[in-house]
Design a protein around this ligand. Structure first.
Ligand SMILES: Nc1ncnc2c1ncn2[C@@H]1O[C@H](COP(=O)(O)OP(=O)(O)O)[C@@H](O)[C@H]1O
Ligand SMILES: [Mg+2]
Length: 252
């Protein structure tokens, strides 16, 4: 549970909504993001001081699925600002983002258009994402964990074929809060091999599963299983809910 690091804070991330720090482990020289529980901004709809733990639960879900979508994430009980989560720092290459905004006509071929809108200046703009298996997995992952904040900026591209999802603090609510930029497969069949993985996972979650359950309320544990069962029985990707803003804004 306790990662044995010697974490030194090097800076605070200004675009973060919580107190989020860029750190280096003095022992290994490796870089990390550190989110102390104490730095979490209270939210109206999630219990206080639960967000860092939800990031661990999301990482454990990714491990259970064996999809390798989330950078290595661990609990740090003796961080510089107290307990919280640390996550491997992923150096990003912006140009390769799998979700982006384009002017109409410049969406890369093969990509899926999600939404057309206008900038403040009145120019037309299209939100679109790549059409590949990794992103299909991430869309399904978000449906499973009920991600309420999958911004385009919460997908870090390492290169054209490899990206990571970050910022899973507002996941696992027991009410439907799926808010994402990856709606390209809404209402489409879940590919058979991904469906198979969901079934294997549901079986593992048939019993209490402490690595995830320990971070969630009883209602949230039940809701997680219900979402999985629903995906398995309908065999289709969920569609936006009319009762909830489906797309995070701004998308970055
Ligand atoms: N593992 C990571 N690797 C690289 N950059 C990261 C990582 N996690 C967060 N960041 C950067 O820090 C910013 C804030 O992190 P985020 O997880 O969104 O924090 P918050 O929960 O405060 O919104 C991100 O937009 C991203 O630029
Ligand atoms: Mg964020």
């Amino acid at each position: 549970m306790n990662a044995h690091y010697s974490i030194e804070v090097r800076g605070q991330l200004s675009e973060a909504s919580n107190a989020t720090f860029f750190c280096v482990d003095a022992a290994s020289g490796k870089e990390y993001v550190y989110k102390p529980v104490r730095g979490e901004r209270p939210l109206w709809d999630f219990p206080d001081q639960s967000l860092s733990g939800r990031e661990i639960a999301a990482s454990e879900m990714d491990k259970l699925l064996e999809w390798d979508l989330i950078p290595s994430t661990e609990w740090l009980s003796n961080g510089p600002f107290g307990e919280g989560m640390i996550q491997e720092w992923i150096p990003e290459i912006d140009a390769d983002r799998p979700v982006n905004l384009f002017s109409p006509g410049s969406v890369p071929s093969g990509w899926i258009n999600v939404l057309q809108g206008h900038t403040q200046g009145g120019d037309s703009i299209v939100l679109a994402h790549a059409n590949n298996e990794s992103l299909q997995k991430l869309a399904l992952f978000d449906a499973i964990v009920n991600n309420a904040d999958r911004k385009a900026g919460h997908i870090l591209a390492v290169n054209t074929d490899r990206f990571f999802g970050i910022d899973h603090g507002v996941c696992f609510h027991d009410e439907n809060k799926l808010r994402t930029v990856i709606w390209g497969w809404a209402g489409s069949p879940i590919p058979p091999e991904l469906l198979h993985t969901l079934k294997v996972c549901a079986e593992r979650l048939g019993d209490p599963y402490q690595p995830i359950d320990r971070w969630l309320s009883p209602a949230e544990r039940t809701a997680l299983r219900a979402r999985l069962e629903n995906l398995i029985s309908t065999e289709i990707y969920p569609s936006p809910s009319p009762e909830w803003p489906a797309i995070p804004w701004p998308v970055f």
